[in-house]
Design a protein around this ligand. Sequence first.
Ligand code: TRP
Ligand code: SF4
Length: 327
Amino acid sequence: MTKQRVVSGMRPTGRLHIGHYHGVLENWISLQDEFDCFFFVADWHSLTTEYADTSGIRDNIREMVLDWVAFGLDTSRSLVFRQSLVPHHAELNLILSMITPVSWLERNPTYKEMLDNLEARDLSTFGFLGYPVLMASDIILYKATRVPVGHDQLPHLEITREIARRFNHLYGQVFPEPEALLTPTPKLLGLDGRKMSKSYGNSIYLSDTAEETTKKVMSMMTDPARVRRSDAGEPDVCVAFNLHRLYVPQARLEEIIPACRNASIGCVECKRVLAECMNERLAPPRARRVELAKDPGFVDDMLQDGSRRASLVSDAVMSEARAALKI
Ligand code: TRP
Ligand code: SF4
């Protein structure tokens, strides 16, 4: 049986934090055996919000891709490429934009939400409204059947399916309707107890050193009700403990939980255990990242090569789409 095809992209936001890792990247990495995977840097998507200042995009691509590869995206199994190096994304975007009713885009809840959240920037552009059309192009350009996305992207994927259906209806069957491959995205809390997010400055990065990690972990909020060392604590409401669950072995957790509740372990000691476990687990990919980063051409060469290979696939699909259009 041939493998189903997975396509997914990330906007280049720079170095990834552990929330990105456990939310998205770890899942991508785990799909590589079962699926025929296409993973790409959605750099044109960045322009939808960053058009006024593009100075960071190039570096952001490099930092993000170093994380991808160091932590386990494997270019011998997956196609890893850059959207803007495969111009077919733009060609298909143009064609799909002709058949997409504006009302589908205006009612998209993600669109309305983003307009509100980023009100400091002028997002009243054609491109921003058309974000889901570009995303649809990215996906159906490779005839993807499965798209790993978080819950927040489901409305976009629904638009992708509607656009594919409309194309097929108008011009004949070319594109499969892709299905979501829903990834459970546990919202990771950052150092201050809010959702881990680059813009809050509360993140632990994959590329942080062990020292930086330890320092951050030791500054992390715990159970806010545990003021004195002699107070009993509750792991279920402890901010640091949301990371213990991911990094500390089960047997250790089973000692820590009662010890916290009867105040026989202090938060300093408890967080030291966490920092050690994190650094131990993150050390090998971090070391790989340092090695990869020594070669200044590595990311560019890899993305060039991946994009060339992706183009072979997209070229065949575009030939089919053009033939269906009959122009
Ligand atoms: N919209 C996605 C995000 O913001 C990124 C993206 C662009 C994407 N094109 C895609 C994801 C195609 C999956 C498939 O995270
Ligand atoms: Fe959290 Fe550990 Fe402190 Fe308990 S002892 S409140 S689990 S850091």
